[in-house]
Design a protein around this ligand. Sequence first.
Ligand SMILES: Nc1ncnc2c1ncn2[C@@H]1O[C@H](COP(=O)(O)OP(=O)(O)OP(=O)(O)O)[C@@H](O)[C@H]1O
Ligand SMILES: [Mg+2]
Length: 340
Amino acid sequence: MRILAADIGFGYTKATDGRQFQVFKSIVGEANPIQFAESLLPSQASQPRHFSIGGEDIFIGELAETQSRGRGFTLDHAQFIAKYAKLLGLAALSPYVEHGDPVRLVTGLPISFFRKYKDALTTLLQQRHTVTVVQANGTREDKTIYIEKVRVVPQPFGSLFNQMLDGQGKALNQRFVTDKIGVIDIGFRTTDFTISDKTRYSERGSLSTDSGMSVAYNAIANLLHEKSGTQVELYRLYEAVTRGVIKIKGQKYDLTVLAQQAYSQLATRIATEANRLWADDWDMDAIIITGGGGAALAPFLQQQIEGEVLPMPTDQDARLNNVAGYWKYGVHIWPAQQAG
Ligand SMILES: Nc1ncnc2c1ncn2[C@@H]1O[C@H](COP(=O)(O)OP(=O)(O)OP(=O)(O)O)[C@@H](O)[C@H]1O
Ligand SMILES: [Mg+2]
């Protein structure tokens, strides 16, 4: 029996079997015949991105982004769960599943939708699913993904479990078990705030807002549009900001100052939200800043958040913090299941 974890975010879908990880953009598109499926250069072996699920032929992630005509994306949670969560989740898990073998899955939902959609998401995923995996060379393989059990947790708790538990699901750091810890999970579209009080979820201290990284990217894209006349897609900005420069139609634009301003403004907005939400929780012991956006904004947030901010592990892509923690939690609640 294998334990698997999936974190299906608005920006990226993340999955792991405890050993390997994969991340792809949360985009689903219609599959269409590609003339030259093979890349012109020998590429690294990557996981499949073409599937047939429930009679629909689909591309996933970067392949959908670049090759699909009809592409699906939504900010509506009900629609996201009903239409995309299952497709993205099954695609992400498929490499880690043996045909027909039962697996157990830990996944999450954003804070504001946790209670409302927890049971619906469980029902949607806890089934025998038949998917057809289409390899780059066109070979099709039918695979039964048998998800025998599903556990849904509030998304930011993944990052907490990741710091709290070791690879055997045992408490590694007692502080996270006994203390009152705030978590700020900054994603692409949303920022989730939550409190774990001796590992108990605090409803009062929990909230989702629209202060995701896309707010900062929008500000940068608008300024670039004024300067260059070109509207740059938001998803293309992370790498450019990291490099500090973007080349548009042959001309280079320096991004360091623009990005500093946009990041600092978004950080101020998030810090204000946190300080207001947690005004009555002055007895909080520490705060974790996580999510892919958390890594980018942490330097700006540290001085503005009222409380002790704990450093995040820097040796791992911060987008993976939640899914890594979901997996450890799976091992914790189903200790007998993880063989080897
Ligand atoms: N290597 C990377 N590539 C792309 N983005 C990265 C990378 N590292 C950090 N990021 C940042 O991570 C953000 C996405 O974070 P994350 O995967 O946690 O969001 P999400 O969970 O998909 O979104 P949401 O929580 O809103 O549903 C990006 O917008 C970007 O700012
Ligand atoms: Mg997220």
